[in-house]
Ligand binder design. Structure first.
Ligand code: ADP
Ligand code: MG
Length: 359
């Protein structure tokens, strides 16, 4: 899940923002070699893949959410926080073409919270478990000095040949995305705007117009696309590469391209953005395409498929073909509606921002 920018206060050593989130993960994990023959996929995809018996593999993924960075109790209810914390983890299992089945939930809580807050959090967790057929099978509970931290691990099971990875995209493949993009980010902008007004004048009631309700729902109560995974299972379709859109189309497409050693071309006119979301972006003085490319938290599935799957994909519900995979030397570009080719760069979220960037 995306987090807000925050200050890095070390005065000695290498500042975290110099290496960035992905650079840091690479730096910390690159010396680890896989020891078990059962580890099919370690660090580097949306979930680890561990062979259990014959073709059967367990998918395992973990995400941590920190108060004030990933969620803000000022504008998100504890029920919503719990629900969303589960969904973002389930999405990472879907991003391997598998269905999630189990979660563990660990929490660190400070004494500023009451039992009722945590009951509300677990009400949201429970609701997500019921909606997605998930068993809560464990976790850990500790105290913290400040605020609330939630760490969730999700598990799924899938047959080895059906698992899809970030690598696997080939030149000529179609580039596709489920659902629509950009709404969750606009929902966040609306909540941030109301929070700032509230902090200036606590007597003011938040104004959350009905016309923005879809964006709010996408931010506060997102969906994991288990429905699409079920559909693909049913239609016996396996993407050649797959990732979930958690950091924005640009950043997540770059992951597929880097892992698959390919380039890509995305057609601006094909990026699925709802009409109400386009209008909302304009209300907030934002370019709707930028919201889709760099917003994030949509939890849709970005995937590639060989061209001969076109007839199947055309009739798949809720799927847009937005471009094509090209050889690596052709780069990664957005083809604008005006016919210009603009390079797509990792403008997505930087988890460790430079102190200078702080406003
Ligand atoms: P996602 O956005 O899909 O949750 P991340 O970008 O968080 O994926 O993580 C990318 C990969 O790096 C994953 O395989 C994840 O398990 C791994 N990873 C992230 N942080 C660590 C860490 N501190 N130690 C080991 N592996 C990590
Ligand atoms: Mg992911």
């Amino acid at each position: 899940m995306k987090e807000k920018k925050h200050e890095q206060s070390n005065s000695t050593g290498t500042p975290l923002h110099k290496v960035g989130e992905f650079g840091l993960i690479e730096l910390l994990t690159s010396d680890f070699v896989t020891l078990s023959p059962h580890t099919i996929q370690g660090v580097g995809d949306d979930a680890a893949v561990i062979q259990v018996k014959d073709d059967h593999c367990v998918l395992l993924s973990t995400d941590m959410l920190v108060e004030a960075l990933h969620f803000d109790p000022i504008y998100s209810s504890f029920e919503h926080i719990g629900y969303k914390a589960v969904v973002v983890n389930l999405s990472d299992i879907c991003a391997m073409n598998a269905l999630p089945r189990h979660i563990t939930v660990s929490i660190a809580i400070s004494n500023k919270y009451f039992v009722e807050h945590l009951q509300a959090l677990y009400k949201g967790i429970h609701l997500a478990c019921k909606e997605y057929d998930i068993d809560l099978v464990g976790g850990d509970t500790v105290s913290s000095l400040r605020g609330l931290t939630i760490s969730i691990s999700a598990l799924g099971i899938q047959q080895y040949p059906r698992i899809a990875y970030r690598h696997g995209a080939k030149p000529g493949d179609l580039l596709c995305v489920t659902g629509n993009l950009g709404a969750a980010y606009l929902g966040l902008l609306l909540l941030e705007r109301e929070k700032q007004l509230f902090l200036k004048n606590p007597d003011l009631q938040p104004v959350l117009p009905e016309k923005y309700s879809y964006a709010l729902q996408r931010q506060l109560k997102p969906d994991a696309r288990t429905d699409i995974i079920q559909l693909w299972q049913h239609q016996d379709f396996i993407p050649s590469a797959l990732i979930d859109v958690s950091d924005g189309l640009a950043s997540d497409l770059l992951h597929i391209c880097h892992r698959s050693n390919v380039g890509a071309i995305v057609e601006e006119s094909k990026i699925p953005i709802r009409e109400d979301i386009r209008l909302m972006a304009l209300d907030f003085n934002h370019d709707p395409i930028t919201c889709a490319m760099n917003g994030g938290e949509d939890y849709e599935l970005l995937f590639t498929a060989p061209e001969d799957k076109l007839p199947l994909l055309r009739y798949m519900p809720d799927i847009s073909i937005i471009g094509e995979i090209v050889p690596k030397n052709e780069g990664i570009h957005l083809l604008t509606t005006g016919g210009k080719k603009v390079p797509i760069t990792a403008q997505g979220w930087q988890h460790f921002s430079s102190p200078k960037e702080k406003k």
